[in-house]
Design a protein around this ligand. Structure first.
Ligand code: X2W
Length: 308
């Protein structure tokens, strides 16, 4: 999947993250706000490091549809907090559970192949509507919390049919256009991106949000890659969150475990593919919205850390 010749226009002027955190007083306030999570020293270190990054290289945060449904308030306050401290994450979201509901209400039966939704022309009309509605819901909630956010529902993912015969109007990303994202970052506004693609001919396609996030990550190579999920991490047989997974030593063993359910299996496979396109030291964090700051600003982090 990652071998397709991704082409990107990443020759843009870097936009540094805001200098707000260089102001000692602001920094002190932030450290105090986060003091329950970690030591002042580590929090300061992370703040400093993040503020020196090109804004497009700070963080890609993938938000599952379940989080938009169940945990919107925590999501909004976590993202707004980052903006308050001068950091702008790039947000890409799905809408899986919402699509299940709306398609079913329209009498369209759910059919997936390898976790991908078979999408007919009738289904696509609903997919588009639901993606737009979920995107606006998040953007408006951010704005209501005094955060600046930009709705991006097209123009980022140029796609091709993944398997038109079997899947219908489902896309595979061919090219990522960063221009809309850069424009948003330029004004310090959080880009909120829906995972819809379009062909060169203008046909809109349904793209799995994890796949779209992966493609975005390959192009941006951000410092932090965070998947926000309903569970807040990968769960073991007892339903407890697994602290960390080292794929180089644990992948085969993990995939053989009978308790790993289908969705998680797909997720681990996807993350493995994603990490293979990144420098060896990269990692992916899976956590929940209320623990995003802890994940970003402490050594211990939160949720599950997946390494190569
Ligand atoms: C996904 C897009 C939504 C998605 C779907 O139709 O469900 C395909 O399967 P979550 O909430 O992140 O799972 N697309 C092709 O991925 O949303």
């Amino acid at each position: 999947f990652f071998d397709n010749d991704l082409d990107s226009g990443f020759a843009v002027t870097p936009i540094l993250n805001s200098h707000a955190v260089h102001d000692p007083q602001t920094r002190q306030t932030i450290v105090r706000l986060l003091s329950s999570m970690g030591s002042a020293k580590e929090i300061s270190q992370y703040l400093k490091r993040f503020s020196q990054l090109d804004a497009a290289r700070f963080a890609v945060v993938k938000v599952g549809g379940a989080v938009l449904r169940d945990d919107l308030d925590a999501l909004v306050s976590s993202l707004a907090f980052l903006q308050d401290v001068g950091l702008t994450p790039i947000v890409i979201h799905g809408a899986g559970p919402q699509l299940d509901v709306e398609l079913s209400a329209a009498g369209i039966e759910k059919n997936t192949i390898d976790g991908l939704r078979v999408t007919s022309p009738e289904a696509l009309a609903i997919v588009r509507r639901v993606f737009h509605a979920q995107n606006l819901k998040l953007v408006e909630a951010l704005q209501a919390a005094d955060a600046r956010a930009t709705s991006i529902v097209s123009g980022v993912f140029e796609a091709d049919y993944l398997d038109r015969e079997r899947l219908g109007l489902v896309g595979q990303v061919k090219r990522v256009d960063l221009a809309p994202i850069q424009a948003s970052l330029q004004s310090g506004s959080i880009p909120v991106i829906a995972s819809l693609g379009e062909t060169v001919g203008g046909q809109i396609l349904n793209v799995n949000a994890d796949f779209a996030a992966n493609e975005l990550v390959q192009v941006l190579q951000p410092y932090k890659i965070v998947f926000l999920t309903g569970t807040g991490g990968l769960l073991d047989a007892q339903g407890r969150i697994i602290d960390s997974i080292n794929l180089s030593t644990e992948y085969d063993h993990l995939m053989q475990q009978p308790w790993i359910e289908g969705g998680m299996r797909v997720k681990i496979e996807q993350i493995k593919g994603l990490l293979e396109g990144l420098p060896l030291a990269s990692s992916v964090s899976i956590t929940k919205p209320s623990e995003l700051a802890k994940e970003l600003f402490t050594h211990k982090g939160s949720g599950t850390l997946v390494r190569r």
